[in-house]
Ligand binder design. Structure first.
Ligand code: GDP
Ligand code: MG
Length: 160
């Protein structure tokens, strides 16, 4: 049969995408995952957990010392989150575009935060801000054996 070649390296960038407790409480897990799936990104890791304060602090370590840091850690560890890893071409930067600005009131219409959120402290979703951050966050939230390596049947219809 026909073999369709696939540029594994270019199309296998990964981003850490997380539905935060507000998004889980509000039943928005499916909506978030739907956007990434329908764009063509591949889900390679997913789990639901209530993060410890330690994990939440490590995740947001770059904000340690800022006035909003204690509230941010309290909030992230206050309930269940859905931690995901999505894979695909330019997924980190494109994921950030799909998520929208940190302040939902400044997020462009059609972005997740503009469509589902109002307040900065309740902006429903996290996405890695660089490939380096993504690697750090994926290693923080997932063990290597929790990430799946597989080819989708549709990849030749997503990538030329
Ligand atoms: P993100 O990468 O767009 O999520 O934004 P940041 O990395 O700058 O901040 C992490 C999270 O902290 C944001 O998603 C907000 O929920 C929260 N946050 C950031 N800045 C502020 C702030 O000035 N005030 C409050 N209350 N929360 C903030
Ligand atoms: Mg950030």
């Amino acid at each position: 049969g026909t073999t369709v070649s696939f540029a594994a390296s270019a199309n296998s960038e990964r981003s850490f995408i997380m539905v935060k407790p507000d998004g889980v409480h509000r039943g928005l897990v499916g909506d978030v995952i739907k956007r990434f799936e329908q764009r063509g990104y591949k889900l390679v890791g997913i789990k639901v957990l209530v993060p410890s304060r330690e994990l939440a602090s490590k995740h947001y370590a770059e904000h340690d010392g800022k006035p909003f840091f204690p509230k941010l850690v309290d909030f992230l560890s206050s309930g269940a989150v859905v931690a995901c890893v999505f894979e695909g071409k330019d997924v980190v930067k494109t994921g950030r575009t799909m998520i929208g600005a940190t302040n939902p009131l400044a997020s462009a219409p059609g972005t997740l935060r503009a469509d589902f959120a109002v307040d900065m402290g309740r902006n429903i979703i996290h996405g890695s801000d660089s490939v380096e951050s993504a690697m750090r966050e994926i290693a923080l939230w997932f063990n290597a054996d929790e990430l799946a390596t597989y080819a989708t049947a549709t990849q030749a219809w997503v990538y030329e």
